[in-house]
Design a protein around this ligand. Sequence first.
Ligand code: NAI
Ligand code: MG
Length: 356
Amino acid sequence: MTTLRIAVIGADGIGPEVVEAGVRVLTALTERAPGLDLAFDRFPWGSDYYRAHGKMMPEDGLATLAPYHAILFGAVGDPSLPDDLTLWGLRLKICQGFDQFANVRPTRVLPGVIPPLRDCGPDDLDWVIVRENSEGEYAGHGGRAHRGHPEEVATETAIFTRAGVTRIMRYAFRIAASRPRKLLTIVTKSNAQRFGMVLWDEIGAEVAREFPDVTWDKMLVDAMTIRMVLKPQSLDTIVATNLHADILSDLAAALAGSIGIAPTANIDPTRRFPSMFEPIHGSAFDIAGKGIANPIATFWSAAMMLDHLGHPEASHRLMAAVERVTAAGPLTPDLGGTATTEEVTEAVCAAIRAGN
Ligand code: NAI
Ligand code: MG
């Protein structure tokens, strides 16, 4: 049996709280799942590390992570440091360094969770958002001149490459093809942005010809927000740029009940590098240290990790335990409950032990 080596980076705020909860449920799972063996190594990187060493992770951090099978990540962000420094210094460094170009964000209404939309049941909202994760608006391309002077200027250039757009479109069409409805919506803004977004549309239509079984349509991002709220049933798989999907997936998380549930996977589909699994929420300093962060987003992310590592049954078992707990409680305050992170984690561990 191969031991799967998992690098654990809790980082900032509630990150370490939810990631340790994740390690606990994964450990409970290995006790129930013969054939699943996980070994965890923790890395104390993040804003505290920055204060001590002047960087978010060591110079050779990527080389240290490269041999791992996967990375379980918490969140970065510290009120006393600039957000761009913490994000680019750790999370984006890993995403870009390991070419994790596909960011996958499943969203659905878990049993027992009351979504904010009236008449939106579990069957009405079941999406997978695929976010381009390597270029676009977050390519890091730009600069500043005349700093501090009245003529100061800053540019932020979105980068769309044929290779980058083609690979994310193929990935999204493949996911759409693997789901029962075989339905893909390509989000764009090609009415106003005439270059990058037009290339995006053209390549989307080209790649669509490789997937005749998939029904697809195109939606302007502003209109997409309306459709997500008013006709959630009309959507299934969604592909969008780095910025658009960043925003739409927070909306999706809210529509599904709470940001504290929403998971994500940063995938290198070529498997040259480890992929990284994390809740989509940030470091939530307003609740850090209070022991009330919802760990379910991390549990769901851990389930995605098991799927990616070739353990779909263990993944399914973990999600079944999570759904038993969302249905019956206990729930953290973001879901209307009064439970602590600890109580929810223990309940999920108990559901794993009780499951077959
Ligand atoms: P946030 O996701 O940290 O918090 C937004 C709201 O949701 C807060 O009220 C928070 O208490 C609540 N919330 C988040 N996660 C929760 C959970 N698991 N359980 C219960 N409630 C939860 O987003 P915000 O406030 O915009 O950003 C805070 C910091 O996190 C910033 O420094 C930001 O840059 C960073 N950030 C980092 C991300 C990452 O590492 N992937 C993603 C998003 C933000
Ligand atoms: Mg975001």
